[in-house]
Design a protein around this ligand. Structure first.
Ligand code: P6P
Length: 341
């Protein structure tokens, strides 16, 4: 890189500030809100990085060297995010995968947004050193400090920001505010700043990878089975080769690869999980928003994910996301085969 790049870094903080300047009516609230998200991600990254060293993984109830009750990493991550987000003064309440009910912010610190997040998605994989991540969505609350939960039980297309932070060999934060722009940042541990490394991510319209837990295929409906058969055993006349199978079992890692390489990631509904497994508000909506803004599509099989309206904050939905042409094939399979939804 030329010196200019080294001394003119596009950090996440600067990017969000410049994004704010692009909106004359912006108040800076989203900039401050995003800074508290960054603090949470940097904290979790530091904990995940040393988790094995200081025995942060494993079941709650262990005691650490100080004899304190050892908190599971996802419990610790949730606490850090809640404290940072509450302190920002920009959220009135929040929805966390780790908390049964909404987390209401003290009245004096309420703001005009709600954030829905999974502080450490895929945490069951940490013991194996697999990439895990934070997933978040930000929603504007029309009633601001007086808002109630019904103001986020709305179509996913109301989402105003979506992102994830993946903790792996490096720490990658991917974010969109809409406008067909998805930006990728990489944490520079020396600076403690997220640096723009993947500007304007666009998902290939067609890829060569499918990503699904085939261990559930016994329970799939005909439409799901027909789609995956079509990429595993392509008809000779299609001239296509079979897709490769890649499934990490950590949504952030599987979606990140799909975003960069193309193909399809799916967690379908099946006879075991009639609504699928992934949660609408803090897994499917943010990832569907990112995928669409990168030029891709996200469907339940029969409808656009972002058209769904959750009834409860922990509702689940089936999801297929990926390049536009690949997802068109999924939709065609659901149009031409029996599915019970
Ligand atoms: P399965 C991780 O537990 C998670 O919530 C997602 O990150 C991941 O995509 C999915 O569940 C994996 O579920 O049933 O295939 O192990």
């Amino acid at each position: 890189m030329t010196d200019h790049h080294k001394t003119n870094l596009m950090t996440l903080t600067r990017y969000v500030l410049e994004e704010q300047r692009g909106h004359p009516d912006a108040t800076g609230d989203l900039t401050i809100a995003m800074n508290s998200v960054q603090v949470g991600c940097k904290f979790v990254e530091a904990c995940v990085r040393k988790a094995r060293l200081i025995n942060l993984v494993g079941l709650a109830g262990n005691t650490n060297v100080q004899g304190e009750d050892q908190k599971k990493l996802d419990v610790l991550s949730n606490e850090m995010f809640v404290n940072a987000l509450v302190a920002s003064g920009k959220f009135s309440f929040m929805v966390s995968e780790e908390v049964d009910d909404i987390v209401v912010v003290p009245e004096e610190l309420r703001g005009k947004y709600c954030i829905t997040f999974d502080p450490l998605d895929g945490s069951s994989n940490i013991d194996a050193g697999v990439n895990v991540g934070t997933i978040f969505g930000i929603w504007h609350l029309p009633s601001g400090p007086n808002a109630t939960v019904d103001e986020i039980l709305v179509p996913g297309s109301e989402i105003i920001a979506g992102g994830y932070c993946m903790y792996g060999s490096s720490c990658n934060l991917v974010l969109t505010f809409g406008n067909n722009r998805v930006e990728g940042f990489t944490l520079d541990p020396a600076l403690g700043e997220f640096i723009l490394t993947h500007p304007n991510i666009r998902i290939p319209s067609r890829g060569k990878i499918y990503s699904v837990n085939e261990g559930n295929s016994l329970y799939w409906d005909d439409a799901t089975r027909a789609y995956f058969d079509s990429v595993k055993f392509p008809p000779a006349e299609s001239g296509r080769s079979p897709y490769s199978a890649r499934y990490i079992g950590s949504m952030v890692a599987d979606v990140h690869r799909t975003l960069l390489y193309g193909g399809v990631f799916a967690y379908p509904s099946d006879r075991k999980s009639r609504s699928g497994k992934l949660r609408i508000l803090y897994e499917s909506f943010p990832m569907a928003f990112i995928t669409e803004q990168a030029g891709g599509k996200a469907t339940t099989g029969t409808q656009r994910v972002l058209d769904l309206v959750p009834k409860n904050i922990h509702d689940r939905c089936p999801i297929f996301l990926g390049g536009a042409d690949d997802i068109a094939d999924v939709e065609a399979s659901f149009a031409n085969n029996v599915n019970w939804l």
